[in-house]
Design a protein around this ligand. Structure first.
Ligand SMILES: [Fe+2]
Length: 351
């Protein structure tokens, strides 16, 4: 609670009289006989209220109180005027935003009442300022917490995404290893799929999703017994049915979470054919999910041009010519055309 009261008058007897009228216990009193001396006090102390005489030799009360406001805007200013001159004082008060005035001679009651009001105002200003500063500090702390929280959430999200991605890559590599295919196959398929999606003008999020999930298109092969998967000779009808079931098995492994929806579509439908002769559902044309139609092209091309334990790699031109012959039969004509126009050399980059 501020109790600092500064009394300014060039006449020592007026100052003494004011002091006598005030309880020193109630106020922390400062006195000055000149404006210059008073301004020094204002600079050095947090003065709650200042009462200044109007007529002083160096500087009149109005000019002095304006100077006080420049040094300490929170100091409540009161002008002491001689009886009969208060009208000009009021005009000055309005002009200079002075809190109030006292006339000489004053009564003790009037002086006390004016000061009580002035100090209430002075302390209200300080309390408002304190609360404002507190709010600003808290806002600053909140801003800091928010910024760090966002950063922390972002870091954790990135870590989670990387963990999920790594988990899916491990699954894909496990499935490929079971099939005796090197891990490079999944990355080549992913690159080819991305290039086809981009060439089709798909949006970036969709492109990345399809390219990423293409690596687990054959995850269902973990369900196929090695005796069938690695059988050197032709499969019996029953074995072929089991082999084909890797599509349904893959969809099942990928659960029901919305996150894996595209992955499930690819796993189930990447062996469907445009003319309806594929498996497992015999879907035709655009009823085959687009992601699966794209992965089908990438998968067949990479399988043809890769070495396998049972075959040598096809030359690229031969593979492309073979695939072109299956346009509209095995492959979506639009997807195949986009694929044939691609520069395949960039898709061979392995991470
Ligand atoms: Fe497959």
């Amino acid at each position: 609670m501020n109790k600092a009261l500064l009394l300014v008058d060039d006449e020592p007897c007026v100052l003494k009289s004011l002091c006598r009228a005030l309880s020193t216990a109630e106020y922390n009193l400062f006195t000055a006989e000149s404006a210059a001396e008073a301004l020094e006090i204002v600079k050095q102390h947090d003065i709650g209220v200042v009462i200044s005489d109007m007529k002083m030799p160096e500087m009149d009360g109005i000019a002095f109180l304006e100077a006080v406001a420049k040094i300490s805007a929170d100091t409540v200013r009161i002008l002491l005027t001689a009886y009969g001159s208060h009208e000009s004082a009021i005009a000055a008060i309005n002009r200079s935003h002075i809190f109030g005035y006292l006339t000489k001679p004053w009564t003790a009651e009037n002086l006390q009442a004016t000061l009580a009001k002035a100090f209430r105002h002075a302390n209200l200003i300080r309390e408002n300022k304190r609360l404002q500063e507190l709010t600003n500090r808290q806002n600053e702390q909140l801003r800091f917490i928010n910024e760090n929280l966002e950063k922390l959430v972002q870091e954790r999200t990135t870590q989670l995404e990387e963990a999920v991605k790594e988990g899916i890559e491990m699954l894909a590599l496990a499935a490929e290893a079971k099939d005796d295919i090197t891990g490079e196959h999944i990355y080549r398929i992913s690159n080819l799929t991305r290039d086809i999606c981009l060439a089709l003008g798909m949006d970036e999020t969709e492109v990345e999703q399809i390219a990423f999930f293409s690596i687990i298109h054959d995850i269902g092969k973990v369900h196929i017994p090695d005796s069938i998967l690695k059988k050197p000779g032709p499969l019996t009808d029953e074995e072929w049915a089991i082999m084909q079931d890797h599509t349904r098995a893959g969809e099942k492994i990928l659960g029901r979470k919305p996150f894996y929806r595209t992955a499930r579509l690819i796993a189930r439908s990447h062996h469907e054919k445009w003319d309806g002769s594929g498996y497992p559902d015999g879907l035709r044309g655009e009823t085959i999910p687009l992601a699966a139609r794209i992965v089908a092209v990438a998968d067949v091309f990479d399988s043809l041009t890769s070495a396998r334990p049972y075959k040598k790699p096809w030359p690229e031109a031969e593979a492309l010519s073979y695939m072109e012959s299956l346009k509209g039969i095995h492959f979506d004509p639009r997807v195949l055309e986009v694929f044939l126009a691609l520069d395949k050399s960039t898709s061979a980059n392995i991470p």
